[in-house]
Write a protein that binds this ligand. Structure first.
Ligand code: ADP
Ligand code: TYD
Length: 206
């Protein structure tokens, strides 16, 4: 048992990650915990290049994209002012909207998943999440939710891709079952029920 944790949220686009990250942050703060919320792609200069690729302003190969996410993640961990390792050292529980399982799933859908896992071992060696929370929804549901909020789609936000991404998430969970703690929650329920489920799981290891 330890009381300052690193928790990563995972799921396909539209699964409800941002909603749940917000609810967990609020619930833990209410319970008196010191929480730092963060996300990938980050808002660093590397993250900004990535967002320009995601919204079709810049074109790049999938291998290049995988490399950029790796660089963004290393900075996310190691940044001396607001890096995750620094925040953990300062006693915060850190909650991140996406971490390396996103790379395994999204890039593993277009290139060797083993290469992506191997490249990200740099990050795994620095910090493995105490808990990876996967919000499980069908790709059709994720797309429907996204489409009701806006009318343009980012690079990975189409049904065929999200089907592959979901498959790759489960392939990665299987491959890493002995190394990673993964909690899978049914994302097809109301936000409140999902939030209760997640809070119980997290409080169980705090
Ligand atoms: P993500 O960060 O995984 O893309 P969001 O949390 O932004 O997902 O949610 C995508 C959309 O779905 C938003 O409009 C949000 O209000 C809605 N949403 C989130 N969770 C649920 C839920 N459990 N049931 C129905 N709609 C939801
Ligand atoms: P995000 O802003 O979390 O999108 P959403 O809120 O719609 O889920 O992530 C942006 C996109 O970046 C998303 O399609 C997943 C993708 N992504 C990768 O391809 N590789 C990665 O390593 C990460 C962290 C995200």
């Amino acid at each position: 048992m330890k009381n300052n944790l690193f928790i990563a949220f995972e799921g396909i686009d539209g699964s409800g990650k941002s909603t749940q990250v917000k609810l967990l942050t609020e619930n833990l703060k209410k319970a008196g915990h010191k929480i730092y919320f963060t996300f990938e792609p980050t808002d660093s200069p590397i993250g900004s290049v990535i967002r320009n690729i995601l919204n079709h302003r810049i074109e790049a190969d999938h291998k290049t994209i995988a490399g950029l996410f790796l660089a963004d993640r290393l900075d996310h961990l190691l940044n001396k002012t607001n890096g995750i390792l620094k925040k953990l050292e300062e006693g915060f529980t850190v909650i991140s909207d996406r971490y390396y399982f996103s790379s395994y799933a999204y890039h593993g859908a277009h290139m060797s998943i083993d290469w992506v896992i191997e490249a990200n071992s740099l990050c795994a060696d620095l910090l493995r999440p105490d808990l990876n929370i996967y919000i499980d929804v069908a790709p059709e549901i994720g797309i429907k939710r996204l489409n009701s909020g806006r009318n343009s789609a980012d690079l990975f936000e189409n049904i065929e891709n999200l089907k592959k991404v979901k498959e790759k998430y489960f392939e990665a969970f299987e491959k890493l079952t002995s190394k990673e703690k993964v909690f899978i929650t049914d994302g097809n329920r109301s936000s409140d029920l999902i939030a209760d489920d997640i809070l119980n799981e997290v409080l169980g290891i705090m």
